[in-house]
Design a protein around this ligand. Structure first.
Ligand code: ZN
Ligand code: ZN
Ligand code: FE
Length: 758
């Protein structure tokens, strides 16, 4: 007879771990107790030695599908209690809250069969879930994960649900959001004034009819509102674009099934697995040319479609009824965060939605749909939200309780304590009061889950970001971290690698300590030191922020850097032709007198400039459009050709001179070489530049980070060239390469007390 005390940490709460332990213990004739604690799961176990050994082995091998174990601590105790049975204890509220919160998980097969089984008591019930699936992060207020600590606390369970919940042999044993038509949340269909038009299944069926008629339905989903319209209906899509104030940015789609999605898209096996995974993200899929199913304005001029499959019973029921793809875009005005409350939605979406399909299960926090792109055979999360967030990241060292507030665009926040950081979900661009409020709320709610008291705060160097001002006003000790260093550190953490590395930190914008706009940086990280070892040659951005929205301005700035005022006589150039004459005169003055023409070394802006020079995009209707369209233009043209460039040595730093390349691009334009071919050569040149700098620096581990590495062509090309030259390139996987990853990078910089030298 032996007694063990076992403490398990990891994803072990709300995943059916205790019932699994219960069954295993009973099977092996072991006695004792299992319970959740804020740190994880605790087991007190008595029995003979052989069975205890078996138990420990099967703990890892037989664990439930959603569980993952980070650590198992085992103490052998002298004192034998003599337990008569094995029981499951309710939660213990004491101690440090470090258990991992599970993300929301797509509906499992067992729940699905019940929903579509006419004899089941949950037949067509949109809030069906079990320990293997359902809402988690979107309903939890605080750890431990118990019903009383979730938004389900307002629904007392009926006798049948309670029996399931208390039966360790049941799939719904301690399934915190457990519910049924009798005791759980229900659907209502509202008109624009909030009047109830229909309830329950009638509400769902009427909403489907509304969508069939080409109208816009605002759906209260899992982590917020979505706007749904028939994706085959040009008029409906146009109306949605107009009302949402979203001119060209692609809309995400929900298809009724994988087979149905395969009519419009090329789906690889990796992409298929992602679509069907418990995370169920939006996956960027290559459009098939023969597609006739969809309206043209779903994703104008875009060879990719953002596609997801149903992931809640509510979505399954809707899509089962409709049997055609719908646009499922976030319920907001452009640039605002998504709505999570039905009364707020009535007000905020009043000029967009025709009807509201809502329910009375409160959403604890906004959780958008995640977006994933597959590159060299595996996933890269480009928007970290539902299914993935909050993302636990193990740190190399230990930190004080630190809050990181991220950057400006694609903002997300992160918290860290001890050896763990938790990267929060995508919030949005901090351009509106709503987004800023959402950011503040997320810091509070993330802190509340973990009972986390902030002791320090980290933010960007940029003084004007709302996130920076928030940090400055927090009254906490503050550390400011340079943007591109944060990118590099986030990618290192994502890949669990430590320094020394050479980071290639390429994006649109980030303030450097020298007050220029960085974005084409090479940063060597060694120990606590980070050094900017190379960057692109600077060029002026006429109008500053205005140039970000107008690639034609950026092109003018870039060309002015080469040709000076002569450029204003070169009327045949596409960027010049994209302006009205009087506007050009103003820009000429500004450039000549250096008025509001900040200098930049940004690769993102170089993409913009070339995009405009090639006539692909002169004005970006959404962030990153010009660069994205350039990527797509070049994508299909297989060529290894590249342009010339020079690398100068300037005071122990390398300056990458793009001038020869731009001159050759202009020559190719005059030579009527196709924009697609030039775009490919341009991107090949960038990969070549990275290889050259890596050769000059001689560091083996190369970290590719920043928004530019959402570009599949550039990323795959760079990785293959680096690998053939013997380098070890790393790209992002779970943490976005764009500014959504900045908060995590800020945490790492704070933990390592890192500073950048220029
Ligand atoms: Zn389930
Ligand atoms: Zn019930
Ligand atoms: Fe960035």
């Amino acid at each position: 007879m032996q007694r063990l005390k076992i403490n398990i940490q990891g994803v072990v709460q709300g995943v059916g771990f205790r019932p699994f332990v219960y069954r295993l213990a009973n099977e092996l004739d072991l006695k004792g107790r299992v319970g959740n604690s804020p740190q994880g799961v605790q087991i007190d176990l008595e029995g003979d030695n052989e069975n205890l050994e078996k138990f420990l082995n099967r703990l890892e091998s037989d664990k439930p599908p959603l569980a993952s174990i980070n650590s198992t601590e085992i103490d052998r105790l002298e004192e034998i209690i003599g337990y008569k049975d094995f029981t499951v204890r309710t939660s213990d509220n004491n101690g440090d809250k470090s258990a991992l919160v599970l993300p929301d998980t797509a509906t499992c097969h067992d729940c699905l069969s019940e929903i579509f089984d006419p004899t089941d008591r949950r037949h067509r019930y949109p809030f069906t879930n079990c320990t293997n699936c359902g809402p988690r992060y979107s309903i939890i207020h605080t750890l431990p994960y118990d019903r009383a600590n979730t938004t389900m606390q307002i629904f007392p369970m009926c006798k049948k649900c309670r029996d399931e919940y208390e039966d360790p042999a049941n799939r719904r044993f301690h399934a915190q959001p457990n519910a049924c038509p009798e005791c759980g949340p229900h659907l209502e269909l509202w008109d624009k004034s909030g009047k109830v038009l229909a309830m329950h299944d009638d509400a769902l069926l009427a909403a489907c009819e509304t969508i069939r008629q080409g109208k816009i339905v605002a759906l209260k989903g899992l982590g917020g509102f979505q706007l749904l319209v028939d994706a085959r209906d040009d008029h409906a899509v146009r109306r949605l674009r107009k009302r949402k104030n979203r001119e060209e940015k692609p809309f995400a789609l929900m298809y009724p099934s994988l087979d149905n999605a395969a009519i419009d898209c090329d789906i690889t096996s990796v992409e298929k697995n992602l679509l069907l995974s418990p995370q169920s993200p939006i996956v960027l899929l290559q459009k098939l040319n023969n597609n006739t199913n969809l309206a043209d304005n779903v994703a104008p001029d875009n060879p990719y479609l953002g596609v997801m499959l149903p992931y809640t019973p509510l979505h399954y029921l809707l899509m089962h009824e409709l049997q055609f793809p719908v646009i499922a875009t976030s319920g907001n005005l452009s640039d605002e965060p998504i709505c999570i409350d039905e009364h707020e939605a009535l007000h905020r979406l009043k000029n967009i939605a025709d009807l509201y399909l809502v329910h009375n299960r409160p959403i604890a926090r906004q959780v958008d749909d995640s977006v994933v792109r597959v590159m060299n055979g595996s996933a890269m999360v480009v928007r970290n939200a539902r299914g993935y967030a909050p993302t636990p990241v193990e740190l190399m060292g230990s930190v004080a309780s630190t809050l990181a507030v991220g950057a400006h665009l694609k903002n997300s926040v992160a918290i860290a304590r001890g050896n763990f950081a938790f990267a929060g979900q995508h919030i949005g661009d901090l351009e509106t009061t709503e987004a800023f409020e959402a950011m503040k709320k997320t810091t509070v709610s993330l802190s509340k889950i973990y009972d986390f008291k902030q002791e320090a705060v980290v933010c960007d160097l940029h003084p004007d970001y709302l996130s920076t001002r928030f940090a400055e006003n927090s009254g906490l000790p503050i550390r400011k971290v340079q943007h591109h260093l944060a990118h590099v550190l986030s990618c290192m953490a994502d890949n669990k690698i430590s320094e020394p590395v050479l980071g290639v930190s390429w994006d649109g914008t980030g303030l450097g300590p020298d007050k220029t706009v960085w974005g084409g940086e090479f940063i060597a990280v060694d120990g606590r030191a980070a050094e900017r070892v190379a960057h692109l040659r600077l060029f002026p951005l006429p109008g500053g922020d205005k140039a970000v929205k107008e690639p034609r301005r950026t092109a003018l700035g870039l060309l002015y850097e080469i040709y000076g005022s002569d450029i204003f006589g070169m009327d045949e150039l596409a960027p010049l032709r994209a302006f009205e004459k009087p506007e050009i005169a103003i820009l000429q003055k500004a450039l000549e007198n250096k008025i509001n023409t900040p200098l930049t070394s940004s690769t993102g802006r170089l993409f913009d400039a070339v995009s405009s020079i090639l006539g692909i995009c002169h004005i970006s209707r959404y962030e990153g459009q010009a660069a994205m369209m350039l990527e797509y233009a070049g994508n299909s043209k297989a060529t290894e050709q590249r342009y010339h460039y020079e690398i100068h040595n300037d005071k122990s730093k390398f300056i990458i001179d793009w001038e020869p390349m731009i001159r050759e691009i202009l020559r190719d334009c005059r030579g009527k070489i196709s924009p697609g071919r030039i775009a490919s050569r341009f991107q090949n040149t960038l990969a070549d530049i990275i290889l050259s700098v890596c050769n000059s620096i001689g560091q083996e581990n190369i970290v590719l980070t920043g928004g530019c590495f959402q570009n599949k062509y550039l990323t795959e090309k760079t990785i293959s060239r680096l690998e053939s030259a013997g380098f070890k390139p790393y790209r992002h996987h779970r943490i976005p390469p764009n500014d959504g990853g900045i908060a995590l990078g800020q945490i790492i910089a704070a933990a390592g007390e890192m500073e950048i030298e220029i």
